[in-house]
Design a protein around this ligand. Sequence first.
Ligand code: HOZ
Length: 421
Amino acid sequence: MKTDRSEALFERARKVIPGGVNSPVRAFRGVGGTPRFIRCGEGSRLIDEDGNSYIDYVGSWGPLLLGHRHPQVIDALREVLEVGTSFGAPTEREIELAELIRQAVPSMEMVRLVNSGTEATMSALRLARGYTGRELIIKFEGCYHGHVDNLLVKAGSGMATLAISDTVGVPASFAAATIALPFNNADVVEQAFRAHGSDIAAVIVEPVVGNMGCVPPLPGYLEALREITARHGALLIFDEVMTGFRLAFGGAQQIYGIRPDLTTLGKVIGGGLPIGAYGGRADILAKVAPSGPVYQAGTLSGNPLAVSAGLAMLLYLQAHPEVYNQLDRRSAELCADPPAGMTVNRAGSMFTFFFTAGPVVDWETAKKADTARYARFFHWMLEQGVYLAPSQFEAGFVSAAHTGEDITRTVEAARAFFALP
Ligand code: HOZ
């Protein structure tokens, strides 16, 4: 596979952009080699600057449920270009999107649009503190909620991939306001509340973790978080940046039947454009300025391009609920019959091939994975035209644009890797 142009671009990028990339994981540091510079995407495919075509299982890290350049999304964007790209003033479409989100995710009685998942979690934490008058936050090891100071403690995604200490650049007092506990263990949460209960503002969790690889909750775990937080007057925040509208139209909370107090959403509600949202109980959201004293703002919040693309994708999903069955079926085919020594975790169309015998239920068990072997597998798949996450500690995503043939080709490429001497 020819990669001359990607190599030249990476070299050029490194002179002006830290590490040559605008977000760490895409630099391929977890797997080595040169990141592919992408020229375009179409359906299930990415095409790089050397003209190589890949079946894409990153999907812009989740939001491209319908694949690249879905016609309905592109048409919506074209319409916006005719009327203006940013106003810094309210528009009717923002209300439509908020109403649609509330309809899909009933726990989000009120919704505030922001510009990214990071902004959404940052704002949700501030709101949780403002509402409860408490300071401590519980998060879980290996969960990643964006690059918010408080939440970089024992974080997954790029922090796990690059093994970066969680305190560099983060004031110790900020980190001290976060209690990081093992995921999927309700007893340690109970103990933390016993010790600090009246100071804990919120528990934030990815209901299905995507950022240490895909790790679903064990039966009863999310229910226990709901019960413990309610008993202690703390808020339960579901970070559904990855799972929202992906596992089901109503996200993970629909699948697991849990009503969190607050929910955060990310790029999925923009059909892949930059956007995020936080929302939840109306009495809590009433504390957000200008209704209340918890301040949060942004010129690009509710940006017409992102809102219109998101509305177009979500309306399509609402009109085509069968998409979720298709995603589930294709993902099941992709994840069937893992070879010995490998653990495949899957929740709907999120999956991870862990290079460990498993089971993988938390960060301790995820980090047992053989990352060097994952790197060899990743490069083998890339050479066969399959683009997986460039880190063992990320989830893969199937989209409605993946065909049966894409899945067959991917499975054959993976089988060939395991047949290597
Ligand atoms: N942290 C993101 C995935 N969990 C990766 C974002 C990116 O590199 O674009």
